[in-house]
Design a protein around this ligand. Structure first.
Ligand code: ATP
Length: 686
């Protein structure tokens, strides 16, 4: 860590122990991180920066952590800066004296307002200016929070004035990173996955000295990440580190109702035989995979209910009906709970038939009252993570499901139900169906209900994924196939297969776990799972599409290299209205050229800032001479491309960094490939 080319805080002559940390300290760390794509170096720069703060002004650790992450508060506080690029550009013009035309010209050349502001700033230093007081970490953070909470008349000009004052006080690289922070595009690879381990490592070094072992540093990083998974709030993590160090994290950063934990994610599999092989001989749950919106629902001791999205954003104001339904379902059961669920649009007038996701997306957003609810939703609960003072995440799924039933004694069809499921056991002589959820979904077919009658399963414990040698059980495979068809008939997307017993079946926050496998319709149609991709460029349309953009260049996100890697040109699945709106929307994000972190052999007519995430379905993947997705996984220097891509929908619940990555695009590289028998199609290459 000490070998990293960084600076010592003492070099900032104005910073002595106990005094406010200069913002320059953070800006220099950001600059060091910006100059590398190597995650280790980024981690080292962060650790060193935090260590100095801990040494000299520990009370600045929290604002420093927020400033390097480009955030102001935990996601669930929904605190956004709300400063548009135009406001910042106007402030840059005023602070530097550079004309708007010149600024636009520079922006077209450089593609980043922070870099442009820095260039203008450097020129401006030749002008005689009164020297303003240096910026401090706590001062910048407090001003940004004030800007974010400005409301009412005159708020726009107050925001503009505050931005201007900040810019006028900038030194060195402060301008560049402050402007990037203001336009919410810091782009230095300092997501929470880098920031949290660095905080934990810095804390250990500050407490135990610079010579702590590598293992201790790694242990600290893991403890920090585990704590943040359960309680993703720097507001909790940083004070815990300051007061008790990493050894206090487990107790201080426990699962807390009202604070959403990062949701567990499912792995794709390449069909039923593959799923069964991965699950091994453990009993598992075959559960309907509903096509709605993920919701982590918290019932708090005061009876209030919070609904959090997949991204841990607070969506409670949009779901007053869900709050009422959950309170009613939990009456006489849990007083406090945290459950994982899918919200699905239902047709109450038609036996609570499940409606398509598209209909859910038309539901009124923002603050609505129960009377303003336009689309009825049903909560399909599938996991319980906390109940009445006890965190349940480490318990096996079987126990969590039993407790879920106890937590919700008043289930009502069409309002709150348990996700429909039954138990199977791949390792036994015959697969066995036993009910795990007592509340069958009433809109399901007779076949569905019949699925609830079967003999008991051999529950001998085993670990998911521990059966490389075992061939999938044909009888169980046939039952899963049957259940899959039933699930489609019931209007769901397919099945989730979840390990029921053993430590591997614990709830693993934020993990794409092998204990949850998704089997979707796509596999039955011989197609792959859909991908969530980011449009990064487009060509000007021809013929009927003149005036619109088409096709769009879509990219996957590789978190290891922090690059967007192109996967395909997409030009099908769009309506004319979509073309029109997308053209207008994406032109707002137009860039003069590709970002340095775009990797592709394509040269589209226009490039965009990453912003939207689109769900795209395709046929299969091929090694590509131009596309770079998952480069290094299947081929050393070439990426893969998606054939016959078709747009499905915009994923409003995902950010560009949530787009599909190599783990989703070619999971086979993570599991050894081999020939396995497919009970339905003879030999089948997985
Ligand atoms: P991911 O969330 O894994 O990145 P995604 O959002 O694109 O992927 P899918 O890959 O289709 O969604 O599948 C996972 C999602 O399925 C979950 O996030 C959840 O919203 C939904 N889901 C529906 N039914 C269930 C269920 N029974 N158990 C778990 N998740 C379910």
């Amino acid at each position: 860590l000490r070998s990293v080319t960084t600076y010592h805080p003492a070099k900032l002559a104005c910073w002595v122990s106990g005094q406010a940390t200069p913002y320059l300290h953070v800006a220099r760390a950001l600059c060091a991180m910006d100059s590398t794509t190597k995650r280790l170096r980024i981690g080292d720069a962060l650790t060193n920066m935090f260590r100095s703060v801990l040494e000299l002004s520990p009370e600045d650790l929290l604002p420093a952590a927020y400033l390097v992450s480009g955030r102001l508060a935990p996601d669930y506080e929904n605190l956004e800066l709300k400063v548009g690029g135009a406001t910042v550009a106007a402030a840059v013009t005023e602070a530097t004296g550079v004309s708007r035309a010149k600024l636009r010209d520079l922006y077209n050349k450089m593609g980043d307002l922070g870099d442009v502001a820095q260039a203008c700033r450097i020129k401006q230093t030749t002008l005689a200016m009164a020297k303003p007081a240096p910026l401090t970490v706590r001062g910048v953070y407090a001003t940004l929070r004030r800007i974010a909470s400005e409301k009412g008349s005159g708020s726009a000009s107050r925001r503009q004035m505050a931005v201007l004052r900040l810019l006028r006080s900038c030194r060195e690289h402060e301008t560049q990173y402050l402007v990037r922070t203001l336009v919410q595009n810091l782009r230095v690879g300092a997501g929470w996955r880098s920031v949290v381990p660095a905080l934990a490592r810095a804390s250990v070094m500050a407490r135990e000295g610079m010579h702590v072992s590598k293992q201790r540093l790694e242990q600290a990083a893991n403890a920090g990440v585990a704590a943040f998974h359960l309680c993703p709030s720097l507001d909790v993590l940083v004070p815990a580190l300051l007061e008790e160090g990493i050894d206090g994290l487990e107790q201080r950063c426990s699962l807390t109702p009202g604070v959403p934990l990062k949701p567990m994610l499912a792995k794709i599999c390449e069909g039923i035989p593959d799923a069964l092989r991965q699950l091994g001989s453990t009993p598992f749950l075959a559960e309907h995979k509903y096509d709605g919106q993920r919701a982590q629902i918290h019932l708090l001791p005061d009876g209030s209910v919070k609904v959090f999205s997949r991204n841990c954003e607070d969506r409670s104001p949009s779901f007053p009906d869900v709050a009422d339904a959950v309170r009613a379902a939990a009456k006489g059961g849990a007083k406090t709970l945290v459950m994982d669920a899918e919200l699905v649009a239902v047709d109450r007038a038609n036996d609570n038939r499940l409606r398509a996701f598209q209909e859910l997306s038309t539901r009124a957003r923002g603050q609505v009252t129960t009377h303003e609810v336009t689309v009825a939703v049903c909560v399909f609960a599938f996991d319980l993570l906390y109940m009445d003072g006890e965190a349940l995440v480490k318990l096996p799924l079987r126990e969590r499901r039993e407790m879920l039933l106890a937590a919700l004694p008043h289930l009502t069809p069409g309002h709150v139900q348990i996700a429909h499921s039954f138990e199977l056991c791949a390792g036994s002589d015959a697969g066995t169906k036993t009910p795990v959820s007592r509340a069958a979904t009433p809109q399901l077919t007779d076949a569905d209900t019949n699925a609830h009658t079967a003999e008991a399963c051999d529950n001998s414990p085993s670990v998911a994924g521990n059966a490389e040698e075992a061939e999938p059980d044909m009888d169980v495979a046939a039952r899963v196939q049957e259940a899959l068809l039933e699930s489609f008939a019931a209007g769901t997307e397919g099945l989730m297969l979840k390990a029921l017993d053993g430590p591997a079946s614990g709830y693993q926050p934020s993990k794409r776990s092998e204990s949850w496998l998704k089997v979707k319709k796509d596999y039955c149609e011989g197609l792959r799972d859909s991908l969530d991709l980011v449009p990064i460029g487009a060509w000007y349309g021809n013929g009927r599409k003149v005036g619109w953009l088409s096709p769009f260049l879509c990219a996957a996100w590789d978190p290891a290299t922090e690059t967007f890697q192109s996967v395909c040109r997409c030009m099908s699945g769009f309506t004319d209205a979509f073309y029109q709106q997308a053209t207008a929307r994406l032109k707002e994000r137009q860039l003069p050229g590709p970002k340095p972190y775009y990797t592709t052999g394509e040269r589209p007519d226009v490039w965009f800032e990453p912003g939207e995430v689109w769900e795209i379905r395709g046929a299969d993947l091929t090694i590509s001479p131009v596309h770079m997705a998952a480069v290094g996984h299947l081929h050393a220097s070439r990426g893969v491309s998606l054939r016959f891509p078709r747009f499905i929908r915009i994923r409003e619940d995902k950010r560009p960094e949530d787009a599909s990555g190599p783990d989703v695009i070619c999971p086979a590289t993570l599991h050894p490939r081999r020939m396995v028998p497919d009970p339905f199609r003879g030999q089948h290459h997985i």
